[in-house]
Ligand binder design. Structure first.
Ligand code: FES
Length: 277
């Protein structure tokens, strides 16, 4: 389960500004129910002062989508449209005392709905994030939206991009393209800091990786000292190995097992434990 702040819980249980403004001066609609989250923002704007006198929303989404939408409407009421446009998705998250990283896309959705409503009010075309080449078919996310999320939120990993835009969170087909966009945006300065999205480690893949590391990294090292090791079993994250040859008589056998564990944690999964069987 996500760790929500008290503010998110409060605004989820007692949301404010839910509903429709029948004679709204601007409407911004983003997301799609098919993709799991959708938000429709209604604004009432005073013609004289240009200030937002009322803001309401309808959303189809989780607790953080409801809380983020409430936060957005509270943040923009009383502001002019241009002042409201200075509200960022980080401001929405900050109003809530933070959001789980996996739910940051809800704050981004709020910001996008605001931009769409502002464009509607000004008679402009849709904001740039909606333009561009479609990258993620599962969630309808364009390269422009991904680029912007990376720059505005200082993202470094494909996983982060998924958290902030949902792109890559479905079938995963678009992840290489997301990594390519990350590389392009960060090229020169921080490209080396890009961390590839973690492939889901299935049991079969985990066992294959453990075998591979033992064969290629660990055994050759032990064999140089006349020792050897064999993989006996993998049960969940518990790896059982058997020390062989000189390693069986070695007083440092416990240290060897610990070293194997360190290597497997480094190269396969940080959750592995190793014991001698
Ligand atoms: S195309 Fe992006 S997750 Fe499926």
């Amino acid at each position: 389960m996500w760790e929500y702040t008290d503010k998110v819980r409060e605004l989820f249980l007692h949301p404010k500004n839910i509903g429709e403004i029948k004679d709204a001066d601007a409407i911004g609609e983003v997301g799609s129910i098919i993709c799991g989250d959708a938000l429709k923002l209604f604004l009432k704007i005073d013609k004289e002062t240009g200030r937002i006198t009322d803001a309401k929303f309808q959303t189809f989404g989780c607790a953080s989508a409801i809380a983020s939408s409430t936060a957005l409407t509270e943040l923009i009421k009383g502001k002019t449209v241009d002042e409201a446009l200075k509200v960022t998705n980080q401001d929405i998250a900050a109003y809530l005392g933070g959001l789980p990283r996996e739910k940051m896309h809800c704050s981004v959705m709020g910001r996008e709905a605001l931009e769409a409503a502002a464009a509607d009010y000004k008679g402009e075309k849709l904001p740039k994030a909606e333009e561009g080449e479609l990258v993620c078919e599962c969630f309808g996310v364009t390269d422009e939206k991904i680029r912007r999320a990376i720059i505005e939120n200082n993202l470094k990993t494909a996983e982060d991009v998924t958290n902030f835009t949902k792109a890559g969170g479905g079938c995963g087909k678009c992840v290489p393209k997301i990594e390519e966009i990350l590389r392009q945006v960060l090229t020169g300065k921080n490209a080396e800091k890009i961390i590839p999205a973690k492939a889901k480690l299935t049991n079969i893949r985990k066992i294959a990786m453990i075998q591979d590391v033992i064969e290629k990294e660990i055994r050759p090292l032990l064999q140089t000292h006349g020792g050897d090791v064999e993989l006996i079993d993998v049960e969940g994250n518990k790896v059982t190995v058997s020390l062989r040859a000189m390693c069986t008589e070695c007083l440092m056998a416990d240290v060897t097992v610990k070293d194997i564990e360190i290597k497997l944690r480094e190269l396969v999964s940080g959750e592995l434990t190793v014991e001698a069987g």
